[in-house]
Design a binder for this molecule. Structure first.
Ligand code: CP
Ligand code: NVA
Length: 294
């Protein structure tokens, strides 16, 4: 692994390696206390973050490294050419973790970077999230090949990474979005795998072991919020919808949640919800990624 920009670039073996190392760092944190000694990583975030930023910073610290959160003064990407920033940071650092809007910008940065680049979310993809989520599902349900995951909501960055992640791990995926908010057909085609796409949440959750949802209005799309609330109104994950899945079905959400929109307070607080396990696993999985990429 040179960079981690998309799950598309990983083999099943690499994903399995991430999962087994994530278990190891979770169970034996003391063994990894010096694994990133003298290593310095930059976090460049153009959007807000709670889980991603903090789990990366804490993970790097716990393994003996240092994280630099780079604020606006570096002027990425407008102060100088992206290729110049990438080459200069490569001289000082051991890795760069980027959250930004344009996936293209990430690709351009990575093309010139001599050090690993990790995608901490772009408008197109959220690979660290989905690797942690698949790790979480495996922990709870066992063999991913026997799992049916239903994704209800926006065909967004999280949905795209789920499409790649489920295809790589042979997890069945059933997606329901409003017709105007389908995932990219290019990604669906490229990923292959056991995927069904439709516009009916009730159909999608039938027989599901996991029901997953994400916000209707992603970061950067705030102006569309009222319009989206109307378009997505039949796509809320609530008790009635969960009842149509398997009785032992789990509820997942990458968070932050907009309670009362894509998910009700009742189900996110309910027994089926594993949203905080997902958040916790970000730490272990990202530690594993940092170790494998260095
Ligand atoms: N799930 C996730 O990536 O959360 P943050 O946006 O808070 O980092
Ligand atoms: N789809 C959401 C994910 C947040 C972690 C967004 O991009 O805002």
């Amino acid at each position: 692994m040179k960079h981690l920009l998309s799950i598309k670039d990983l083999s099943l073996e690499e994903i399995e390696k991430i999962f087994s190392l994530a278990e190891d760092v979770r169970d034996n944190p003391e063994r990894f206390r010096s694994s990133l000694k003298q290593k310095v990583f930059a976090l460049i975030f153009h959007k807000p973050s709670l889980r991603t930023r903090i789990s990366f910073e804490v993970g790097i610290f716990q393994m003996g490294g240092k994280a630099l959160y780079l604020e606006k003064e570096i002027g990425f990407p407008e102060r100088e050419a992206i290729k110049d920033i990438a080459r200069v940071l490569s001289v000082y650092l051991h890795g760069v973790i980027i959250r930004t809007f344009s996936h293209q910008l990430l690709l351009e940065f990575a093309a010139y970077s001599q050090i690993p680049v990790i995608n901490a979310l772009s408008d197109l993809l959220h690979p660290c999230q989905v690797l942690s989520d698949l790790f979480t599902i495996k922990q709870k349900k066992g063999d991913l090949k026997k799992v049916k995951l239903a994704y209800i909501g926006d065909g967004n960055n999280v949905c795209h990474s789920l499409i790649y992640g489920c295809a790589k791990t042979n997890t069945s995926l059933s997606i329901a979005t409003p017709a105007r908010y389908l995932p990219s057909s290019k990604i669906v085609e490229e990923a292959g795998g056991k995927v069904e796409i439709g516009n009916n949440p009730q159909e999608a959750v039938k027989g599901a072991d996991v029901v997953y949802t994400d916000v209707w209005t992603s970061m950067g799309k705030e102006k569309e919020r009222e319009e989206r609330k109307k378009e997505f109104s039949g796509f809320q994950v609530n008790e009635d919808l969960l009842k149509k899945a398997k009785p032992d079905c789990l509820l997942m959400h990458c968070l932050p949640a907009h309670r009362g929109e894509e998910v009700t307070d009742q189900v996110i607080e309910g027994k089926q919800s594993i949203v905080f396990d997902q958040a916790e696993n970000r730490l272990y999985v990202q530690k594993a990624i940092l170790l494998l990429i260095n």
